[in-house]
Design a protein around this ligand. Sequence first.
Ligand code: GDP
Ligand code: MG
Length: 456
Amino acid sequence: LGRKLNAALSSLNRSAVVDEKVLDATLKEITAALLESDVNVKLVQSLRQKVKAKVKASFDGTDKSKDLNRKNVLQKAVFDELVALVDPGVEPYKPKKGICNVLMAVGLQGNGKTTTCTKLAVHYQKRGFRCAIVCADTFRAGAFDQTRQSATKAKVAYYGSYTETDPVAIAAQGVAKFKKERFDVIIVDTSGRHKQESELFEEMVQIGDAVHPNMTILILDASIGQAAEAQSHAFKESANFGAIIVTKMDGHAKGGGAISAVAATKTPIIFLGVGEHLQDLDRFSPQPFISKLLGLGDIQGLMEHMQDLATQNPDRQKDMVKKLEEGKLSIRDWREQIQNVMNMGPISKIASMIPGLPADLLSGSDDDGSQRMKRMLFITDSMTAAELDSDGSPFMTIAKDGKPTGLTWKVVRVAKGSGTSVREVEELLCQYRMMANMAKQAGGKNGWLSSMQKMQ
Ligand code: GDP
Ligand code: MG
């Protein structure tokens, strides 16, 4: 999906004017990409209309100088509407210190509940919560063994029974035991399927009544497709979940159905499952997710990685985070991030977080990726200190109104010096500028960065 949306927006970038024809063509491409990835048809139609209305409001006849601006309006409208799709505007419950937080996982069998329960425990444990898992799945043979194995591996407390057949009784006993032992986060894992669906939903209601969860989480498989709407409605009615986790986002699934479940039930996604390992759980927030989807990078993910790196070189990274927040990253700073990424591997995963890196760098093999990055480093190696510390302006001729109009001879010098081409240098400068603009939007008092930090 990301690659297609990305392609739609970059073909937009290549067209000189944005008239109705270009607008319609771009919208058609975006709509097709969304439908193909199983986003609900009604949602796609409404998105298309809203974007069109926003952009049309900016058309004002023949003034061609407005074209650049119109391009921004279109891009921003697409971005905003996609964000609205995955952002129901509801704050999910956050486990609090000092109380006993009970979480309950619901969802059909095979969607990843048991795996995700352990991932959640690992996540909260890392943040200083004492966690425990209660296995209230008496339906699936071997369910308790699965919990026991993964909880043991994660060094998390667990509760379950080989003999008790009543899931409500097990849930109540387990939660009571761990409450008495003053655990901070108790996660109740449930079963996913019965011979009749109504039995399953009845069971969810009864377990809910027995353990009074602070938050019930619907676990959805990314490959659910158009069935998402009906299924999430059914679970909402019986289990009234307050959050969604979409699993298997690492696979080839299209993911659009799961995204539609957000809109159908007005419930926020809180995490994405991105693999079978215990660490494969990514925090979800709407703007970084869409930004990444469109190939615009993931500033928040980048920040988190930078904070991890901070343990290695605390002063330098603190400085960098501050610059990111202020939207003042120089070419040199960007270069350092590229270098960090190369030391962090696997490149394709981490590179997708750095705004402004070209999409084909992410789609190729990791070897191709490192070759491309090495060439980017060669280019920056041929810049002077002053150029590296700049925001790219020494390479551009600037018109009176402050807009860049072309490139200076310095670009040729850098291309020669680095054994690359003028085109490659130009591309690198373009990518840097895009990154710098994103950083600027993300930083500042009202940027996403600060709102994101408040959320955590
Ligand atoms: P449950 O029946 O809902 O409890 O589902 P399980 O937790 O037993 O998971 C079913 C299968 O999906 C297992 O093989 C898991 O390893 C796999 N799985 C769960 N989450 C993910 C994920 O995020 N990515 C991938 N690739 N596999 C996952
Ligand atoms: Mg299970």
